[in-house]
Design a protein around this ligand. Sequence first.
Ligand code: CO
Length: 296
Amino acid sequence: MEKEILDKYTKAGKIAAQVLEYGCSLVKKDVLVVEIAEKIDKKILELKAKPAFPVNVSINDMAAHWHPALNDKATIKETDYVKIDVGVHVDGYIGDTARTVRLVGKDDLIICSEKMLENAIKIIKTGTTVGEIGETIENTAKEFGFNPIRNLTGHNLGKYDVHAGLTIPNIKNDSKYQLREDEVIAIEPFCTSGNGLVKDSGKPLIFRWINDRPTRLIEGRKILEMARDKFERLPFAKRWIQKGFSPLKVELSLKELEAVNALYGYKPLREVSGKPVAQSEHSLIVKEKPIVTTSL
Ligand code: CO
């Protein structure tokens, strides 16, 4: 890997780690989730990076892809499992990292997700297979008596591409694919006391540009231009565009843009049995001795 690119990955990773640390410190009783999201947005810019995706603040059985709308009233409760998943980029090079916070203290579920990640990272080097990673993660969950989430996976990180190419299942699988030197990956195990499966739940709060398409509404055209140019084809929050347009026009535009395949909407993902979910995540550059870019 060229030094300049490696430097950008490590810079993005370091900033993501700092933002995650800061985000976790904002989790307090009765705080509005939208306030946490706003402060995280500001922090990323302050540290001279840009969001690679809107911070996911997914609580309890909500496993991923949840982000508050502009006037959302959701607040933090002491027993909540608060998963903060931060993605930032420097010139398109991404750091992606997540942790689970609980105000009453870590329990086995959270410790399990941390161990799943730790054990996976221990075996990662050039040549490790995707099958070995999945098996290590699943075995760790089983030792704690929990289930990994079968349909959420780790992934490659590409330039301006959060889910590039490879998927790395959090369960046993027979993939013989061997990690290559300098491949950039995010390992993100999720565990639950429930079934171990997530399903779409509710309307998307996060979107991403997929195609330029003619639109009926002028607001729709403007939103699509923002998705392409301002948000650089990376995922963006509905909250970010709600600031500039009337609520009705935002709803109609997003609906139209999704229908004509101009935008992709990420639906929030909830655990099917309604049980809490914990998540831990780091980004790595694969080497004989891998670099965890998102460590503090
Ligand atoms: Co990720």
